[in-house]
Ligand binder design. Structure first.
Ligand code: C5P
Length: 232
């Protein structure tokens, strides 16, 4: 899979997400399904969207003991998703367990990526509340390296960190980057944003775009603009 735009389908009902995806007649965007929709609608929503022909990034951010994560990932691989994720903080052993669980008997598996530090966690909270004493940027790179060493395919990070992640983990290690806005669009609650074109220049492999597409007056046109800027 090459560079692509992933639409964050942050809806909380089947009706809303199907209504949204039905607007796309000529293309089948890669979509991200998060906890909200998955917990509201269950695995059936994944099967339904998959049947509609979309690739799916199932963003459930697993974090538990290796054995539980391994078995849960085996269930998710049976759902035929294309990408799923774990927290790198769960340790290399947990990430390796996740990979094993995800791998089907024929050796194929969805892409597996890790969350390093959530962008909602500040350096102050990380150090004073979680007692992780290293600077946050070093922690993020260290977790990315752990992710690579565990054999996973990439990490979620800011486009602004994508270049450094590639330096540390190699060009083939994927960077999946949210925080994308059009130059003339609303920033919303995102703090550090880049345009799709800038994310491409910085080396992102996949951009995750939610509201600039889902809340647009013409979502199909907004998606096409993202693809034109990011994929070219
Ligand atoms: O609407 P917006 O484009 O801000 O959506 C971005 C998506 O990426 C949301 O689903 C959000 O939860 C997710 N995300 C993020 N920042 C992270 C990790 C995930 O915005 N660090």
């Amino acid at each position: 899979m090459g560079r692509d735009v992933i639409i964050a389908c942050d809806f909380n009902s089947k009706e809303e997400v199907i209504n949204f995806l039905s607007k796309f007649k000529d293309e089948k965007p890669f979509v991200k399904i998060g906890m909200e929709l998955f917990y509201a609608e269950g695995p059936e929503i994944v099967r339904t969207i998959k049947k509609m022909g979309h690739k799916i990034f199932l963003d459930l951010k697993l974090h538990d003991i290796p054995n539980t994560v391994k078995k849960s990932m085996a269930v998710l691989s049976g759902l035929d998703v294309d990408m799923c994720n774990v927290h790198a903080a769960g340790t290399k052993a947990m990430m390796q367990g996740a990979l094993e669980g995800l791998t089907r008997p024929d050796g194929t598996r969805p892409l597996l990526i890790a969350v390093t530090q959530l962008t909602s966690t500040s350096e102050e909270v990380m150090q004073e509340e979680l007692w992780i004493e290293h600077p946050i940027d070093e922690t993020v790179m260290h977790y990315a390296k752990n992710t690579m060493e565990a054999g996973l395919d990439g990490v979620v990070c800011s486009p602004l960190e994508a270049g450094k992640v590639h330096e540390v983990c190699g060009e083939k290690f994927f960077t999946i980057t949210p925080g994308v806005r059009f130059a003339d669009g609303d920033v919303g609650d995102q703090k550090r944003v880049t345009t799709p074109a800038k994310a491409k220049e910085l080396g992102s492999d996949y951009i995750v775009v939610g509201r600039p597409i889902t809340q647009a007056e013409d979502p199909v046109a907004a998606y096409r603009r993202c693809v034109a800027e990011f994929v070219g």
